[in-house]
Design a protein around this ligand. Sequence first.
Ligand code: PGA
Length: 249
Amino acid sequence: MKQSVKLIAGNWKMNGLAVNLGEAEALKQALEADPAACRVVLCPPATLIERMARLLGGGAVELGAQDCHASPSGAFTGSTSAGMLTDAGARLVILGHSERRAGFGETDADVAAKAETAVAAGLEPIICVGETLAQREAGEAVAVVSRQIAGSLPDSLAGRPFAVAYEPVWAIGTGRTPTLEEIEVVHRAIRLAIRARLGEAGDIAPILYGGSVKPDNAAEILAIPEVGGALVGGASLKAVDFLGIIRGV
Ligand code: PGA
């Protein structure tokens, strides 16, 4: 199956002030000196996107956001539209992260609507799926992520650049990861679910693994068949840690 270049994305979540821009600068400089063998993306909080865009200046590090509203504009106090994100300099957007599904009640239909709007605004969505610990222990991991894929990917993704991230909820920020075999099984199931949803037009989408990816486990995870990259939370906040993961490709 045709595979696109691997993609390593850092999700800063609700962390990052102006004082932390030096980490993005350090990452940029390190990759200028020794280019990465993959795409590298930073997804800072929305308040930092424009400043980071100036700092990264169209270099090797791409810029993403962490969420967008499903509507292109309107009376939605406190929300950020996809068009605002592109205007600020973002080119990708994480959608349906489990922290938004669980903490903000986002459904598969909500995620699909956001993806539709994001694509229309020219953003490349990174759509997250993943089972809870209870679902895994009940043997439902594959069924859950397959259902999430079926419901969260709009038709408009066919033939457009996008990625899927498999992030078991119980592995996020916990230091726990599935076994390499467990990751492979779910990634193969996600590939089939994408094919079922979009046909061959979805084959080029990389499937990222996310959840406690660190410099010391990155290389073995990135070597698994059908792992097309990583979505990294905590270890993306420091350039030295994030680089340790990027060098695992
Ligand atoms: P983590 O987070 O790397 O801190 O586990 C991953 C994520 O939520 O994307």
